[in-house]
Design a protein around this ligand. Structure first.
Ligand SMILES: Cc1cc2nc3c(=O)[nH]c(=O)nc-3n(C[C@H](O)[C@H](O)[C@H](O)COP(=O)(O)OP(=O)(O)OC[C@H]3O[C@@H](n4cnc5c(N)ncnc54)[C@H](O)[C@@H]3O)c2cc1C
Length: 305
C-alpha cells in the first residue's frame, strides 16, 4: 500500500540532485531540444495541496483534482506543458512534516520520497483547483497505482511548476507527436489554439481509444497508432507530409523514441521551434529514467580529455 503523496523539491534532497534539473525544468531556455543541460535551480518551498476529488476522464485515465493551501502559493508559469513533481513516501515511512526538506534529506536514501512528474491539465483560479490526469500503465508504478485510489482529504506535496512550451501563435502550423503519458500536455496545448489553427498530430497509444481524450476540435488532424502493434512514432512521422511555412513541434514521448525523433526532426525544425522531451523510459521506473538522463547530462558537459 502506497502512503499518501508527499513532495519536497528533488533538488533539495541530495548534493548530486541539487545541480541537476530534468528537461523543461523550472527555468530552462525555451524549447530546450535535448533536455540534457545542467543548470542550477533556486530551491522553492514545496506546495502542500489536498485531494478534492477523483474522476475518470478517459479509458484508463484518472483525473485527480487538487486544491487547498498549496493553490494560493502556486505560481503559474504560463506554459501549456507545465508540470509538477509529486513525491511518494516509501512504504512504511511517515514524515512528521513532509515539507521539512532538510530533515527528510538527512534520512537514508531508502527512506527518502520517490519523485514522479505530472502535467497540470488545467488550472481553475476561481475554484482554486488544478487537475492532474494520470494515464494508467499497469500496476508497477507507484504514481499510477496511487491515482486509482486517491481520496479526498489526502495531502499532496508538490514542487514546481516546471515547463517550457506553449504553442507559438506566430507559427504557421503545429506538430504534435506523443504517447499516452503526453496526452494531458497535448490536450492543454490544443486548448490554447484557435479553431482555425493548422494542426498535424500523431499519437501512439497503448489504448488507441484514449485519443478521444483530446476532444473533437482537432480530432481529424490526428493519426492514431496502436503503440503495441503499430509502427513506431518515428516511422509514422517520417511518413508525414508536413505543410510548408514554419511549424512549431511538440514531441514528447518515451525517451528512446524521443532520441530517434530528435535525429529525424532536428534538420526540419530550428531548436527554438522543436520541443522534445522524454516522459518515461521503457524498462525503468522514473528514478532509473532520471538517473539515466542525469548521467547523460554529466557526460555531455564533462571536459574533453
Ligand atoms: C514533464 C513530464 C510530464 C508528464 N506528465 C504526465 C501526465 O500528465 N500524465 C501521465 O500519466 N504521465 C505523465 N508523465 C509520465 C510519468 O511521469 C511517468 O509515466 C512515470 O514514470 C509514472 O510513474 P509511476 O510511478 O506510475 O511508474 P514508475 O514507477 O516510474 O514505472 C513503473 C514501470 O512502468 C513503466 N512505465 C512508466 N511510465 C509508463 C508509461 N507512460 N507507459 C508505459 N509504461 C510506463 C516503467 O518503464 C516501469 O517499468 C510525465 C512525465 C514528464 C517527464
Amino acid at each position: 500500500m502506497t502512503v499518501p503523496v508527499v513532495k519536497v523539491g528533488h533538488h533539495q534532497l541530495s548534493g548530486t540532485l541539487d545541480t541537476w534539473s530534468c528537461p523543461m525544468a523550472d527555468r530552462p531556455p525555451a524549447h530546450d531540444p535535448g533536455g540534457l543541460v545542467l543548470r542550477r535551480r533556486t530551491p522553492r518551498p514545496p506546495l502542500v495541496f489536498e485531494v478534492l476529488r477523483r474522476e475518470t476522464v478517459g479509458d484508463g485515465i484518472i483525473r485527480v483534482v487538487i486544491g487547498g493551501p498549496g493553490f494560493d502559493r502556486f505560481q503559474d508559469n504560463g506554459f501549456t506543458d507545465r508540470y509538477v513533481k509529486l513525491q511518494f513516501a516509501p512504504e512504511g515511512i511517515i514524515y512528521d512534516d513532509p515539507t521539512d526538506v532538510e530533515t527528510i534529506a538527512g534520512r537514508p536514501p531508502a527512506e527518502r520520497p520517490r519523485m514522479r512528474t505530472y502535467t497540470i491539465r488545467w488550472i481553475d483560479d476561481a475554484a482554486k483547483e488544478l487537475a492532474i490526469d494520470f494515464v494508467l500503465h499497469g500496476d508497477a508504478g507507484i504514481a499510477a497505482r496511487w491515482a486509482r485510489h486517491a481520496a479526498p482529504g489526502e495531502q499532496v506535496v508538490a514542487g514546481g511548476p516546471g515547463g517550457a512550451y506553449r504553442p507559438d501563435p506566430a507559427a504557421d502550423w503545429h506538430l504534435f507527436v506523443a504517447d499516452d503519458a503526453a496526452l494531458p500536455a497535448v490536450a492543454a496545448a490544443l486548448d490554447d489554439l484557435p479553431d482555425d489553427a493548422a494542426v498535424v498530430g500523431v499519437v501512439a497509444l497503448d489504448v488507441p481509444g484514449r485519443a478521444a481524450y483530446l476532444g473533437e476540435r482537432f480530432a481529424d488532424r490526428f493519426q492514431v497508432i496502436d503503440r503495441v502493434t503499430g509502427p513506431s512514432l518515428t516511422a509514422a512521422v517520417e511518413g508525414l507530409e508536413l505543410p510548408g511555412g514554419e511549424g512549431h513541434a511538440f514531441v514528447h514521448t518515451e525517451l528512446g523514441e524521443v532520441r530517434s525523433l530528435r535525429t529525424l526532426l532536428r534538420g526540419r525544425f530550428s531548436p527554438e521551434r522543436l520541443s522534445l522531451s522524454g516522459y518515461w523510459r521503457e524498462g525503468k521506473d522514473e528514478d532509473g529514467f532520471q538517473a539515466e538522463k542525469r548521467a547523460e547530462a554529466e557526460a555531455a558537459t564533462a571536459p574533453a580529455r
